[in-house]
Design a protein around this ligand. Structure first.
Ligand code: DOR
Length: 441
């Protein structure tokens, strides 16, 4: 049996508290061994010296726009962007056209992912039909078909009555409910953070309290159900406090951030830069500081991208008309390194936990052996060069879209290899691969 041996890297696998030099053998789509491994005559070898070797990175929050908006992204291009950025699994949001709100649409995503996906793609189902917040979607059937969680993301389940029913039903599926936390009456027509910049620009502001109120309300509603509740892409320092309190009480509450909410403020909107228009909006340095503290304190346990592709034509509309969204699948890892590792806020095991085992547990993907390199887990591996310096060029993204405000940023650290189910999907430096001519394709 031919194996693929990843040799000599620093293996960081928080699922088993591992951080040290080790080799990993992959065979038949699984992790076959980890430790000090002797290379056999039929084995192929990747030289991982100087690299960090981790379980494949998992992004639980991406928009792949299929079906319906394939001009912006598809499962094929979005998963290629994911692999380019070091991800082996992404979970895609249901705000497509039509919305993923029944089992046939979940099956469609899984079929497309099987045919065209470069990495694993797991659909997240809508909580309400057409995401309108009026009627429950067929969540039981969607869960059976393979939906890994539920959300109306892009919009909030706003009505408390509907939210109560959603929590009851999601609880019955055993999955997690993910809320896009935005109280609609406080944010009608809002296009950026409510503060001095929005006043100066004459643009309608989206206040922090619109996010905080929904999280408070949902946590209170959920007390009687104990459904797993996840607050998506939080942007406000106040939200960190609310989630921290609920977690301290032992409630099943988690939350995530996106790279833009850790690196950018609403100052970037000052010249009506639509690349900075995102929902929830970029806020102020005090919020960034609180979000980072939330990460350090273990309140925020998941790093996502909220990769939201839009055409540049649509982003060239006036600020008020342009769509909300920033893409970052191709470059999220160095962005997170810039925000968290370089200033010394977290170490590598903490960062990797937030991008592997924690999102795996959120979406029950740990049950499929994702997010971990323990023996018999899925052979999904990411190789990271922590020292590689490079410049982000949006024109080089694998995504179909270009709406990222990071073009020209000098960054350090890059995913340089990606293996999904034992298959090499990306290796930037082919000379690291020592393969036996007979077995290596
Ligand atoms: O900025 C955003 N864009 N936030 C969302 O919640 C939705 C997303 C999109 O689908 O474009």
């Amino acid at each position: 049996m031919s194996r693929l041996i990843i040799r000599g890297g620093r293996v960081v696998d928080p699922s088993q508290n591992l951080d040290g030099q080790a080799d990993i053998a992959l065979a038949e789509g699984r992790v076959a061994a980890i430790g000090r491994i002797d290379v056999g005559p039929d084995d192929n070898v990747i030289d991982a010296e100087g690299l960090i070797v981790t379980p494949g990175l998992i992004d639980p929050h991406v928009h792949l726009r299929e079906p319906g908006e394939e001009d912006r992204e598809t499962i094929k291009t979005g998963s290629e962007a994911a692999v380019n950025g070091g991800f082996t699994t992404v979970c895609c949001m249901p705000n497509t056209q039509p919305a993923i709100d029944d089992d046939s649409k979940v099956e469609f995503i899984l079929r497309q992912a099987g045919r065209y996906g470069s990495c694993r793609v797991h659909p997240i189902g809508a909580a309400t039909k057409q995401r309108k917040g009026e009627e429950l979607a067929e969540m039981g059937l969607m869960a059976e078909a393979g939906a890994v969680a539920f959300t109306d993301d892009g919009g909030c389940v706003a009505s408390p009555g509907m939210m109560r029913r959603v929590l009851t039903y999601v609880h019955m599926t055993g999955k997690c409910f993910m809320q896009h936390c935005q109280e609609p009456t406080l944010t009608a027509g809002s296009v950026m953070h409510a503060g001095a910049n929005s006043m100066r620009l004459g643009l309608k502001g989206w206040p922090r309290v619109a996010e905080e109120l929904i999280i408070e309300r949902d946590i209170r509603l959920n007390r009687s159900f104990g459904c797993r509740y996840h607050a998506q892409h939080i942007s406000s320092g106040g939200s960190v406090e609310i989630v921290a309190r609920a977690r301290a009480e032992g409630q099943p509450v988690t939350t995530e951030v996106s790279p833009h909410h850790l690196l950018l403020t609403d100052d970037l909107c000052r010249d009506y830069n639509t690349l900075a228009k995102v929902n929830p909006p970029l806020r102020e340095q005090v919020d960034i500081d609180a979000l980072i503290q939330g990460i350090k304190d273990g309140v925020i346990t998941i790093l996502a991208t909220d990769h939201a592709p839009h055409s540049l034509e649509s982003k060239q509309l006036e600020f008020a008309q342009a769509p909300f969204g920033i893409i970052s699948l191709d470059c999220a890892l160095p962005l997170y390194m810039k925000a968290l590792i370089e200033p010394g806020h977290v170490d590598w095991p903490a960062l990797i936990a937030m991008m592997t085992i924690n999102p795996a547990r959120l979406c029950d993907l740990d049950q499929q052996g994702l997010g971990s390199l323990v023996v018999s887990s899925a052979a999904d591996v990411t190789l990271i060069d922590p020292d590689q310096r490079w410049t982000i060029r949006v024109d080089e993204f694998m995504s179909k879209s270009r709406n990222a405000p990071y073009d020209g940023w000098d960054v350090t650290g890059r995913a340089v290899g990606v293996i999904v189910g034992g298959e090499m999907k990306m290796l930037r430096d082919e000379s690291r691969l020592r393969c036996k001519a007979a077995t290596c394709s």
